[in-house]
Structures are given as C-alpha cells and as structure tokens.
Write a protein that binds this ligand. Sequence first.
Ligand code: FES
Length: 170
Amino acid sequence: MNKIAEKYADEIQKIIAKYPPEEKRSAVMSLLYIAQREDGHVSKQDISEIAEILEMTSTEVATLIGFYTLYYDKPGAKYRIQICNDLPCALRGADEFITKLCEKLGIQIGETTEDGLVSVEAVMCLAACDKAPMFQVQTGDGLEYHELQSVESTMELIEKWKAARDSQVS
Ligand code: FES
C-alpha cells in the first residue's frame, strides 16, 4: 500500500507545483522530509514511492539519503542527538560531555537507549564552535540546536521528551 503518496497527496502536490514540470525531481528533498517526518526514517517503500512520483530511479533517491547525514534509511531512536566533537568543540569539552552523557544513558556512542527514545552520535562541525558542548536533534517539528550544554541540562531535555512521549501514549 502506498504510504506517503496517498496520505500526503495534497501536501506533495503543493510542493511539486512549485517547480516546472520537467524539474519536478527538485522536490526530492521535501518529499524525503515528509517520509522521514512520518516515522523517523525513509523506508524502501518510501524510496520507491518518491522515485515513482518524481520520475527518478530508486537508486538516485537512495543516494541522497546516503549523502545527507540528516536522512536515515533505517529505524532508530525517536531523538537522535548529534553532538559535535570536531576540534574546536573537543577543546571545549565535547568528548567528556559525550562520554558522560552516554554513561548516564547507559549506552555507547552510536547506540540507542533501551526504550528507543534517544541515540547519541558524534558528528563534525555544526557551525556553533564557540558554543560547545552543543548538539543538533531532529524533533517532529524540525531541527533544533542546543548549545552550551551540560549533562544535566541535556538530561532535563530528555526527561521532557520522555514526558511528551508518555503523554501521547496514555
Ligand atoms: S567544531 Fe563543533 S560546531 Fe564547529
């Protein structure tokens, strides 16, 4: 069954209408965003739907997911915390921040917490070099940046996400 093509038909049509018919493949990033917004990753089904809608090959669509670090082709944590530990941030304690945060969450870098809520990744420069420790995270509402973080402030944020998830479940 078509997932995004049917569910978001109107939204997709509005996006495609912004481009000349012969350039509709330019809408690919927006359609990938819609697919990932749905459940946190872009599935094989999503890839083939997007390819069909935009008259591209599945390989062309999949290549973009591989290229951009904010797209995922596998299910993962609801909140993927991407912490910069590039040199300037490392000099401001990013590595220690990552280690202590992972310890607190009971995971290693790259892993997801048992409840599936949070994962922690180390990434390259996110253009906030004087605000380390800092990270970016995709929420259902877009990409958020959290700067000048401590383990405590990040754990508080995670508690808020947990409460929001629990209130949706109950
Ligand atoms: S080095 Fe970390 S944000 Fe630039």
